[in-house]
Design a protein around this ligand. Structure first.
Ligand code: NDP
Length: 276
């Protein structure tokens, strides 16, 4: 019998996840279906209960419900990937159990290290933005032992709160995290710059100083679908590698597929097909 999965969001019609999971299923011979379902803004929990009653095996969760998903856990333990960032993007339904995972962090580090061939270890990383996406990737990035991890955000309180979260879990002395204002960036250089703000959605620019990209730097925008002003600026400033977030999307989906099916799909042909 075909096992049913879905991605739940609001809005959701733009989602590439059904296509990605269809390609994973064809590649691995798994008998699954996967659809995009829009939940009303205040109806996420009841939509999940509906899916469980209908026999779905799991779902992905996207904007704006990743934090809401946390309240649905019916399991003994919540993994660190979820507990640290207080958000989940992958739910598995097994009888009465609702297990949570967050695969965004694994998605970005696999894309950077495997697909772009750039190691995170010992690098000076700058994370731009302190919203849900930043919070989701901070701990997996730290697991790669970068030399430092600076977080710059328009609203400083949010950057400070991620710094405090890391210090709570890792200890103040072991934390390489620094919270910065955009004004503080002048004169500094980084090896890996990750744009986790949503400015690209409106084609707005971030106030980044010239010379911020160290020789050989990677500029990574979590947004995908078109070249953002951040990516354009990075090219003009001589960043060695400029990447969008499509690979992160495919890698986080592959991890969710693995959690559900126990089979790891090959992401390269899927990414190539999406780019083609
Ligand atoms: P949030 O709404 O949680 O956070 C938005 C962030 O952008 C905040 O840090 C906000 O700053 C900042 N921001 C928004 N407008 C501006 C502006 N004009 N100037 C400076 N900063 C601004 O969004 P998410 O964290 O969930 O998502 C961020 C981006 O990452 C989106 O583009 C999303 O599509 C992408 N993403 C991609 C994924 C992938 O798989 N490729 C996965 C997850 C997210 P402030 O705090 O000051 O408001």
């Amino acid at each position: 019998m075909t096992d049913r999965y879905a991605v739940i969001g609001h809005p959701i019609s733009h989602s590439k996840s059904p296509l990605i999971h269809k390609m994973f299923a064809e590649q691995t011979g798994q008998d699954i279906s996967y659809e995009a379902i829009e939940a009303p803004l205040h109806g996420f929990a009841s939509k999940i209960e509906e899916l469980i009653a209908q026999g779905y095996k799991g779902c992905n969760v996207t904007v704006p419900f990743k934090n809401h998903a946390l309240h649905l856990a019916r399991t003994r333990s919540i993994p660190e990937s979820v507990a640290y960032c207080q958000a989940a993007n992958t739910l598995s339904f097994q009888g009465d159990i609702v297990a949570l995972d967050n695969t965004d962090g694994i998605g970005i580090f696999r894309d950077i290290e495997k697909n772009h061939g750039v190691t995170l270890t010992n690098k000076r990383i700058l994370l731009l933005g302190a919203g849900g996406a930043s919070q989701g990737v901070v701990f997996p990035l730290l697991d790669r032992n970068p030399a430092s991890l600076a977080i710059a955000n328009r609203t400083m309180a949010k950057a400070h709160s991620i710094k405090a979260l890391v210090e709570r879990h890792r200890g103040v002395r072991k934390s390489p995290v620094n919270a910065l204002e955009f004004n503080d960036l002048a004169g500094k250089q980084f090896d890996i710059l990750i744009n986790a703000t949503s400015v690209g959605l409106t084609d707005s620019e971030l106030p980044l100083p010239h010379g911020i990209f160290a020789p050989g730097a990677l500029a990574y925008d979590m947004m995908y679908g078109r070249e953002t002003p951040f990516m354009k600026f990075a090219r003009e400033q001589g960043a060695a590698v400029v990447a969008d977030g499509l690979g992160m999307l495919v890698e986080q989906a592959a991890e969710a597929f693995f959690i559900w099916r126990g089979v790891r799909p090959d992401t390269a042909p899927v990414l190539a097909a999406l780019r083609g």
